[in-house]
Design a protein around this ligand. Structure first.
Ligand code: AMP
Length: 371
């Protein structure tokens, strides 16, 4: 396992496998071009290693040149491909074979085709070492590829994560296991939001509060907001389908996160199951559910105090608060058993100073990290 910036990567494709893939491409191109002297055009920065080893494996006369494109930023494609180094001169009438390290969605391919479209080359071909054929949606059929790979974020052998990792001799893939995903569990007023704001800083996690997302939508008058308001104002839960979809969208918006704190979600068994299934599909999982425990009378006082400051209408009326507790007891409390059965349920005393409670939570998290 290696660490680059804040992320861990595990071995994925060995040096030997890479060399075999390159030899396969070189042999195919050699058969097709042995009667002429093709110009290989490497796409910088990522392809520099591939170009070097490809040329060593190519048995006939050839020339080499480079273009420089840039599109990746972090772990997700920005979608914008810039050309930073122009096409080589004097390629008119020549056969050009692009050497690309990896092809995924095809945005870079499109840019390359644009770049070479008015150069009057004799032939234009594309060879890529790695090919994410499942996500490629370009019209151009890739001419040569070394190996097809799944849509995983990879580094090494020229490929980088925020500029690190290019010098690795093998290819590594992102290891999601080092993420920590937490569910903060507890009745309204237990301090989930307050604690989440400390924990997210300390452990570099993304905090998702479904209540906050609903309130944001209400404030901005969206359709989702209008729908949510009709439930929130009665102290009832918003229907599962709506909440689950919204939660998934929030996770999808943060592909670079090194973990999540789910606050106020899941609140029903259906939500917990949907969350597990969704995380599995992303090769993620919940590491722990931590409950902040406090008794109802303390919570009611806290909520009424909070209502005075925050203006949250659902915190200002004791009847509404009690209704939220009833909803909790009926629909959310059974989740304790759900997570207990998975060996993930932890309980922390939620009464005391904010710092003391943060320390209690940190202790649970640090035990998880030590595993
Ligand atoms: P909170 O800020 O977490 O106390 O949430 C405020 C209100 O938003 C709740 O009383 C519910 O009406 C709604 N809500 C928040 N999260 C959920 C959820 N996971 N499922 C259903 N409703 C939710």
């Amino acid at each position: 396992m290696i660490k680059l910036h804040d992320k861990y990567f595990k071995p994925f494709i060995s040096e030997g496998e890479i060399m075999a893939a390159i030899k396969k491409i070189a042999d195919q191109v050699a058969v097709d071009y042995k009667k002429e002297t093709p110009i290989f055009v490497g796409v910088l920065n990522g392809a520099f290693m591939f170009v070097s080893d490809f040329l060593k494996a190519y048995p006939h006369p050839c020339e080499v040149s480079f273009v420089r494109l840039s599109s990746y930023q972090g772990l997700t494609s920005t979608g914008i491909v810039e050309s930073l180094l122009d096409v080589p001169e004097n390629i008119e009438g020549r056969s050009v074979i692009i050497l690309e390290d990896i092809i995924d969605t095809g945005r870079t391919v499109k840019k390359l085709i644009d770049l070479f479209s008015n150069t009057k080359v004799k032939e234009f071909k594309i060879a890529t070492l790695f090919y994410k054929s499942e996500v490629y949606n370009g019209e151009y059929d890739i001419d040569y590829f070394g190996m097809k790979i799944e849509d995983k974020f990879i580094v090494g052998y020229g490929l980088d994560y925020n500029e690190l990792g290019r010098n690795l001799r093998a290819v590594y893939q992102l290891n999601q296991k080092h993420m920590i995903n937490l569910v903060l569990f507890g009745k309204p007023g237990a301090g989930k939001g307050t604690q989440a704001s400390f924990l997210k800083e300390r452990y570099n996690l993304k905090h998702i509060s479904t209540g906050d997302v609903f309130r944001y939508n209400i404030k901005n008058g969206t359709e989702l907001g209008t729908l949510a308001k009709s439930y929130i104002d009665k102290g009832e839960l918003v229907p599962d389908e709506v909440t689950i979809k919204m939660l998934q969208d929030e996770v999808e918006k943060n592909p670079d996160a090194s973990g999540f704190i789910f606050d106020g979600f899941p609140r029903t068994t259906a939500q917990a199951k949907a969350l597990d299934d969704f995380l599995v599909s992303k090769e993620m999982r919940i590491d722990a559910t931590i409950a902040l425990e406090a008794n109802d009378e303390v919570l009611i006082q806290r909520l009424l105090e909070r209502g005075k400051v925050s203006g949250r209408s659902d915190d200002q009326d004791e009847k509404m608060i009690r209704n939220r507790f009833d909803e909790y007891n009926e629909k959310t409390a059974p989740l304790k058993d759900y997570y207990d059965d998975q060996g993930k349920f932890h309980s922390v005393n939620g009464i005391g100073s904010i710092e003391d409670i943060t320390s209690r939570l940190a202790k649970v998290i640090e035990e998880l990290q030590a595993v």
